[in-house]
Design a binder for this molecule. Structure first.
Ligand code: B3K
Ligand code: ZN
Length: 854
């Protein structure tokens, strides 16, 4: 069966209480013995025992209660092993298997594989079936006892260590878990260690395991872990539940990190950092992802998902929690603006194209294709709305009930919503649409002002509409919490933030007794993931940018000023004067947070402009968009030359580097100023900064500036010389070149880089750095002659047989193809069709490409 449907769910017909595993680790001939304690769920209805198992498993031995079953009762199918009901006892029994696998030949980085000489696993979503035969589904939960035999020095698995001898280690995980949370690591690693005492006074050993030589770059990850553990106790009342928490850094990893019980495995780029090698953004991500994986211990592990359709149950909630954490650790407004920018760039884009799907999809072919911005980031937004609607106290009550009621369960979105209904008494039937419907609602706001005796009345009329998405032509109205505030003509707030609850396709809200007509600040804090349109002129936007008390809405006003100007310029019309004036006033305000000012100063990227142009019913022209953005940036630089130069000088941080909110805010503003000044100073400042800065944040920014001017060669050579042995820095080196290059030279640059011997393309980070870096250059990827599409398609085709997950993920770079002009569409479609025609194309990439072509 190719397509999996949510509606087909049925519980596994067997109960599994304990899983015992015994690994003998040999790179090309690892043996895995598994002992499963099973029992029929309903002894009166005999069922075949179906175990998942990939084609790479070589079955060595199989017994049921110690006896070999009659071979006629055992069938090996392509991806499963079936033992006929006739060969199974009617009560509890033990199934023993032994398989041989070849981790050294595993290039997919799924299941058990090798990275730099160490053994390592990745099991979510369905990797465990490449390790042994097993009911590889999240609702089958068991305790695990694991023995590892290997000559590697450090042997790790989930849970608590229970035995250690020469060449051997034993682990026991007392918390029942699904197979996707299993992990094993064996390598010659070193650790940095610390400890944490939980709120009930238990001491937990904390270790971060890295390759020898990397241990001085793991401190920040450790500090982040300790902060996360403390925060989850204080804010959610959640305590850690094992004696030890291990984190391992791995160079070859398909995504960011993985929350395996008690043994998180991380892409090394999300663990290792030093001021000389990592940027402020890297530090912030490390803190956020360490927190995210740690928070999964409760939202994901203790309470897991019944099936993979429920993925956003754990991911949306855990993203929401990590966003709250970062807001508390750093600046809440800045975090909110960053999150909205990311949501718009990745999720709105997804929602508006052929890959649109609901946060809880109801069918899929390959679940790995659904670890998306919609499941993660929109999943988190939906929880944010829920919290707004029930209030902070209601949210806290519901979460307590969730942990209470569902600890140890494999739960569903229905369970989650039920908890909110029971805790708050609210009916969430309509709210559920956010989980089951795809697409971003368009929300239109019309203001009506009538002066009367009692003062004035303002009526806000909202209309919501969601365009059809694949498989979902009709979109009923959703509940939309709209946060609104009113600001008087003198700039004072006359109505503090209030939540309007919209439930109808069209709905009006009145505000009475107002003295004079106020300015409306709408969708404060981005209270719902919608696209808001309103009729508003530049002067009013500039007023909001100057006076709004809500930082998000204030930033948004400036963003809209810039965006309308850029759209207009890209259509060959004038625009931007109001923005240039307003931004000058804002950045001159030294009392405002430098990070906020930096966010306001950074123009929307080409891709975001293209998205806006398209949503206005126009066809984006990548070259015109690029030129418009260049033009506006140059005008800002020219107009505010002195102010920007002053900011650049004043924002220099003296003293030792610290990756905290304050230091990174100053650097962010300084770099934003540099990016503009660079357009008129011939690269002078960037040249100096690259040579003198002691931190990677400023050096990378300077380097990008130089590349943009075609002056990057010396700096690139210096960086290469200095860091050729540091993979993470070299990834930056590979990505910044095609990303910052002038669009007409980017394809050639990317091709040259791809031909280098140190383009180790099978390493996912390196592949993403170059191919993803190139595609981030919007006008280059969408080059008229199709060269950008072909370059990316060629590499997807090369990657597909080696690592289908990475190939499939990269293919989504094409998801916006339908919005461009006919000539570009034709080229993009040809590239997609070329991929589709590849012999032996993986299920992963096939599903993605066929959804995009459909
Ligand atoms: N749960 C993992 C992601 C697994 C991706 C599988 N293709 C990391 C996370 O979201 O925390
Ligand atoms: Zn997660």
């Amino acid at each position: 069966q190719i397509v999996q449907y949510l509606a087909d769910y049925r519980p596994y017909p067997f109960l599994l209480s304990e899983t015992r595993l015994d690994f003998t680790l040999i790179p090309d001939a690892t043996r895995v013995k598994a002992v499963l304690s099973l029992a029929p769920r309903d002894p009166d209805t005999p069922e075949d025992l179906v175990l998942d198992g990939g084609a790479g498993l070589k079955l060595i031995a199989l017994t049921v209660n110690g006896q070999k079953p009659d071979p006629a009762h055992v069938s090996r199918e392509e991806e499963r092993l079936v033992i006929a009901a006739a060969a199974l006892p009617r009560s509890a029994f033990t199934l023993e298997t032994e398989v041989q696998i070849d981790p050294a030949a595993n290039t997919t980085f799924e299941g058990l594989y090798m990275s730099g000489g160490m053994f390592c696993t990745q099991c979510e979503a369905e990797g465990f079936r490449h390790i042994t035969f097993y009911p590889d589904r999240p609702d089958v939960m068991a305790t695990f006892r694991v023995t590892i035999r290997s000559d590697r020095k450090v042997l790790l698995s989930n849970g608590n260590p229970v035995g250690q001898a020469q060449g051997m280690a034993e682990w026991h995980d007392p918390w029942p878990k699904p197979s996707y949370l299993f992990a094993l690591v064996a390598g010659d690693l070193v650790s940095i260690s610390d400890s944490f005492t939980t709120m009930s006074g238990r001491k937990v050993d904390l270790n971060i395991w890295v390759r020898p030589g990397d241990q001085d770059r793991a401190d920040y990850a450790m500090e982040s872990l300790i902060r996360s553990m403390k925060w989850d106790e204080e804010v959610y009342g959640r305590e850690y539940d094992l004696d030890v928490f291990n984190i391992v850094a791995v160079d070859d990893f398909n995504m960011g990190a993985m929350e395996n019980k008690g043994l998180n495995i991380f892409n090394s780029k999300l663990v290792l950092a030093s001021p000389e090698t990592a940027t402020d953004t890297d530090y912030e991500r490390i803190e956020g992802v360490i927190a995210h994986e740690y928070f999964h211990n409760w939202t994901g592990n203790r309470i897991t998902c019944r099936d993979w359709f429920q993925l956003c149950l754990k991911e949306g909630l855990t993203v929401f929690r990590d966003q709250q954490f970062t807001s508390d650790m750093r600046s809440a407004p800045v975090k909110r603006i960053e999150d909205v920018q990311a949501l718009r760039a990745r999720q709105f884009r997804e929602d508006a194209g052929p890959l649109a799907h609901p946060p809880r999809p109801d069918h899929y072919e390959e679940i790995n294709n659904f670890y998306t911005a919609t499941v993660y980031e929109k999943g988190a937004e939906v929880i944010g709305m829920l919290k707004r609607l029930v209030g902070d106290a209601g949210y806290a009550k519901a979460l307590d009930l969730y942990f209470d009621r569902h600890d140890g369960d494999a739960a569903t979105i229905e369970d989650w919503l039920q908890v909110f209904e029971d805790a708050t008494g609210r009916d969430l039937a309509q709210f559920k649409r956010w989980y089951v419907d795809a697409g971003t609602p368009h929300l239109d706001m019309v203001e009506q002002w009538s002066a009367d005796d009692a003062g004035g009345r303002l009526t806000l009329t909202f209309t919501q509409e969601t365009a059809p998405t694949p498989g979902q032509p009709d979109k009923p109205a959703r509940v939309i919490p709209i946060a609104v505030g009113l600001i008087g003509p003198n700039g004072d707030e006359v109505l503090p933030t209030r939540i309007l609850e919209m439930t109808q396709p069209q709905q009006s809200f009145d505000f009475e007794g107002l003295g004079a007509r106020p300015v409306v600040s709408a969708l404060r804090d981005f209270s719902a993931p919608v696209i808001l349109t309103r009729r508003i002129d530049d002067a009013t936007r500039a007023f909001l940018l100057a006076h709004d008390t809500d930082p998000f809405a204030r930033w948004e006003a400036g963003r809209e000023l810039a965006m309308t100007a850029l759209v207009s310029l890209s259509q060959g019309q004038p625009g931007g004067d109001d923005y240039v004036t307003a931004i000058g006033e804002l950045i001159a305000d030294d009392s405002a947070d430098p990070a906020f000012r930096a966010l306001c100063l950074n123009l929307p990227g080409d891709e975001e402009i293209a998205t806006r142009v398209f949503s206005l019913g126009l066809t984006p022209d990548p070259d015109a968009i690029h030129a418009a953005r260049q033009d506006l940036a140059r005008r800002i630089a020219q107009t505010h030359q002195d102010l920007l130069a002053r900011i650049y000088d004043r924002m220099q941080v003296t003293g030792p580097y610290a990756p905290d909110a304050e230091g990174s805010a100053r650097r962010a503003l300084r770099i934003a100023a540099l990016g503009l000044l660079n357009r008129i100073d011939g690269g002078q400042r960037a040249q100096v900064l690259f040579g003198t800065a002691g931190n990677m944040t400023e050096r990378m920014a300077a380097l990008a500036c130089l590349i943009r001017l075609g002056l990057g060669d010396d700096a690139l050579a210096i960086l290469h010389q200095e860091f050729q042995d540091n993979r993470l820095v070299m990834d930056k080196w590979f990505s910044v070149q095609p990303m910052a290059a002038p669009p007409d030279s980017a394809v050639a640059i990317a091709r040259d880089l791809a031909a280098r011997p140190d383009f180790e393309w099978k390493n996912p980070n390196r592949f993403r750095a170059l191919i993803g870096g190139f595609a981030a250059n919007h006008a280059a990827f969408h080059a008229k002659d199709g060269a950008g599409y072909d370059f990316v398609a060629d590499w997807i085709m090369r990657m597909d047989p080696v690592n289908p997950q990475i190939a499939a993920r990269m293919s989504s770079l094409f998801e916006t193809w339908p919005r461009y002009d006919a000539a570009r569409r034709e080229k993009a479609l040809a590239a997609l069709e070329r991929i589709a025609a590849l012999d032996g194309l993986s299920r992963n990439t096939r599903e993605m490409v066929s959804r995009m072509i459909a």
